[in-house]
Write a protein of this length. Structure first.
Length: 146
């Protein structure tokens, strides 16, 4: 019985160590900045890249992604929104110019106080991603469906 308990303890320690090693090390200044801005955030998950710390979290029932520099400065904030949350002028432009398309995704990006929107529109033949500031859409990417 004792050897089984030891084996289970070793296996549990190995699994815990494996999962723990996958959590990226985040600078304390970045964590402090995040917590001061989003004190009530839940479901927080961190990842890193060469330039940024990425944190995905839930806030007031919405999923949000924030990007921080190593000194704790927030570089950008993104969130998926509904098409009805776009400024009215942008909603109207989509309805007028893309009548044969449906909206499959809308992303709001806030960077340095500037808000931009990305909307993915689809129909049976194509997929179009538009990028906008608060007033005008520009084609960002266009794909033909096979």
């Amino acid at each position: 019985m004792k050897p089984i308990l030891i084996a289970v303890a070793l296996l549990t320690g190995t699994i815990t160590k494996t999962f723990a090693s996958e959590v990226p090390a985040v600078q304390p200044t970045v964590v402090k900045s995040f917590k001061s801005t989003f004190a009530t955030a839940t479901e927080v998950g961190w990842s890193t890249s060469n330039e940024f710390y990425k944190v995905e979290f839930a806030l007031n029932g919405r999923y949000i992604t924030a990007y921080y520099t190593a000194d704790g400065t927030m570089a950008a904030l993104t969130r998926h929104i509904g098409a009805t949350e776009l400024p009215v002028i942008l909603q109207t432009a989509i309805k007028n110019d893309y009548k044969e398309h449906w909206v499959s995704d809308v992303l709001e990006v806030t960077k340095e106080g500037d808000v931009q929107y990305y909307v993915t529109l689809e129909n049976a033949d194509s997929k179009v991603i538009l990028k906008s500031n608060a007033t005008v859409w520009n084609t960002y990417q266009k794909q033909h469906k096979d």
